[in-house]
Design a protein around this ligand. Sequence first.
Ligand SMILES: Nc1ncnc2c1ncn2[C@@H]1O[C@H](COP(=O)(O)OP(=O)(O)O)[C@@H](O)[C@H]1O
Ligand SMILES: CC(=O)OP(=O)(O)O
Ligand SMILES: [Mg+2]
Length: 397
Amino acid sequence: MNVLVINCGSSSLKYQLINMANEEVLAVGLAERIAIDGSRIKHETIGKEKVVIEQPMKNHKDAIEMVLAAIVNEEYGAIKDMSEISAVGHRVVHGGEKFSGSVLITDEVKKVLEECSDLAPLHNPPNLMGINACQEILPNVPMVGVFDTAFHQTMPKSSYLYALPYELYEKYGIRRYGFHGTSHKYVSQRAAEILGKNIEDLKIVTCHLGNGASVAAVDGGKSIDTTMGFTPLEGLMMGTRCGDIDPAILPFLMEKEGLDAAGLSDLMNKKSGILGLTGISSDFRDIEDAAAAGDERAILGLETYCKKIKKYIGAYMAEMGGLDAIVFTAGIGENGAEIRRDICKGMEALGIEIDEEKNNVRGKERIVSTDNSKVKILLVPTNEELMIARDTVALVK
Ligand SMILES: Nc1ncnc2c1ncn2[C@@H]1O[C@H](COP(=O)(O)OP(=O)(O)O)[C@@H](O)[C@H]1O
Ligand SMILES: CC(=O)OP(=O)(O)O
Ligand SMILES: [Mg+2]
């Protein structure tokens, strides 16, 4: 049975076509910089030449249409016909209080995703766009949604409650949910396997650093805390999102700049983060280039970014009462060697020691700490798609 997995991120769309009889990947690809200039698809059918399809994609619907066309392309595609796709697994970000586990996608599920769009404005709309576009092209194929929030369901109340009147939690479900759960789960499990340890015996901090970014404290295989909250805005500074700020800034800006709710949401979700701070780009490749050329705001932006992650590593180490491993993953975590180095630098007294030579690597599973480092540091490329495919098979069987 071939499962197509669609993982819509805020600016990218990753996909894999997997034969689930043996979990063999047939095709894999990435549509990136969607709605940013120069979007493109990097497609690879395993066993054939990689292709790059350059074409502007104004949204995730355009991207899905092009991805499906690539998968059945006569020359470089993986299958002859769409009928060879038995099920589609979709990453879905926010299901509010209604959904946390994986579900078969129905109209009811789509309605909840739409209702939760305000809570994940950069994610639920593309997720829905991806689902609708797939349903149009593959009308009789069952589809499954796998939620980013699921892995964080084990957080204790003391981690997920805000210090707001308790009634607001009861009335509106205002609590921390946490996101990127599929990724935090996958990389923490892989880290335990790589270290040859039982995950129940490990305290791990997982750093998912992509366009959206979050850190999680994984104690004994369970998420006990994470940086994202009610929405994927809380916590770290990201590509375009501000992360933690003093909440008093919001009423201040409402008065000073005359911003309303939509204006504030736009400011914090789309115009802040590394883009807002540097004025250059939301893509860390551009920031690294600018920093290398001596741009002061790019240098400051990277320092600010790394410091915040360091603070959370320290906080979660304290919260878990120790630390066995730090795992880096996602676009920046997998590729940004200097960012990994700068995050870890200065924590040697805590038993965290990165090996600059081993760390000089991109996108490969590797232990990048020194042999003496008490806390192991690992680079583990994430594979949300495999986890989604497994859940999809379990639900459509
Ligand atoms: N070679 C690289 N060096 C540094 N950063 C990179 C590199 N490649 C990708 N990135 C960063 O990773 C981000 C995308 O990460 P990804 O995990 O694909 O994000 P998302 O799934 O949130 O869209 C890009 O915006 C860019 O900042
Ligand atoms: C939840 C989230 O922020 O996802 P992404 O990193 O794909 O934007
Ligand atoms: Mg992602």
